[in-house]
Design a protein around this ligand. Structure first.
Ligand code: MD3
Ligand code: FE
Length: 272
């Protein structure tokens, strides 16, 4: 008998139906079969620029924490958060299910991760999830590329900032109330293109360090549901981590009853 992954029970729970929706299959997607809500098109298209209703969102532009590192609180509307949560639930089910990543020296990460586009396993990207079930990873949908470009335009307040930005992988991290992520650099990508991070659910303490050491100096920032963070330029290779999640701080209207979801899109610089 298999033991459910801690935290996955809540993450895998079907979200309540939003007011005004007929039901979970109003876009023709089954939420129970393989690949359910793993949409090449988001359910209601709210993540497409043309369809996005920004009236509930914070005005664009954010705070520059360090050169190239920009935090935009409240960037995603609640409706967009729900749509992203639904898509992430689909990817969490497969083709390679979400898991606690095993580290080469025998450790296991408290965070649970599922990847799209490319599969990340410490410390390399592959097209198949060899440390999970060997399945080929889910395709990276174009609507996420568009979302990433719009994130750069709005964070950097530069209409051209998204030009030529074509992320090809995303790591989707789920944190239960106890999960943490130690200070690390992301350097498996052979590209200095920015990383776009989206947070949903419980607030966390995000620790943004420096490029030289995994210790001080660092800046602690709270990342809440709907927040965008872009890491470009010299910040791209800075050490960072998540020392703490604040359980119970998220609004279930995001689609997540508990825990924290973080989506980071990246350019691997790999082909094939
Ligand atoms: C700065 N994730 O997946 S997002 C990761 O909240 C990761 O799950 C954290 O660190 C999370 O690797 C932090 C912010 C983030 C992500 C990637 C970065 C910041 C980054 C890569 C380079 C520099
Ligand atoms: Fe990271």
């Amino acid at each position: 008998m298999s033991t459910p992954l801690p935290g996955f029970e809540e993450f895998g729970e079907p979200e309540p139906v939003a007011p005004g929706r007929q039901g979970p299959d109003d876009a023709g997607n089954s939420r129970t079969g393989p690949g359910a809500v793993s949409p090449q098109e988001p359910l209601q298209g709210l993540l497409h620029p043309a369809a996005a209703d920004r009236s509930q969102a914070r005005p664009a532009g954010g705070r520059e924490i360090a050169p190239g590192a920009v935090h935009v609180p409240g960037w995603l509307t609640v409706a967009q958060q729900r749509e992203l949560v639904a898509a992430c639930r689909g990817w969490a089910r497969g083709p390679a299910p979400i898991r606690h990543t095993k580290l080469p020296r025998g450790g296991v990460m408290s965070v649970q991760t599922v990847c799209i586009g490319w599969h990340w396993q410490p410390y390399a990207y592959t097209r198949t999830a060899d440390d999970v079930n060997g399945a080929r990873v889910a395709a990276f949908p174009y609507w996420i590329v568009e979302l990433g470009r719009r994130a750069l335009v709005e964070a950097y307040q530069d209409a051209a900032a998204g030009d030529g930005y074509t992320p090809d992988t995303a790591l989707i991290n789920f944190y239960d109330g106890q999960a943490k992520l130690g200070m690390h650099q992301d350097k498996e990508e052979r590209s200095g293109a920015p990383v776009v991070s989206l947070s949903i659910g419980d607030t966390c303490v995000f620790r943004f360090g420096n490029t030289e050491t995994r210790t001080k100096p660092y800046t602690d920032i709270e990342l809440a549901s709907g927040d965008l963070f872009v890491f470009g330029g010299p910040s791209r290779f800075a050490y960072h981590g998540v020392p703490k999640v604040r359980p119970g701080t998220g609004d279930p209207a995001s689609g997540l009853a508990s825990g924290r979801l973080n989506i980071t899109m990246r350019v691997t610089g790999l082909d094939g």
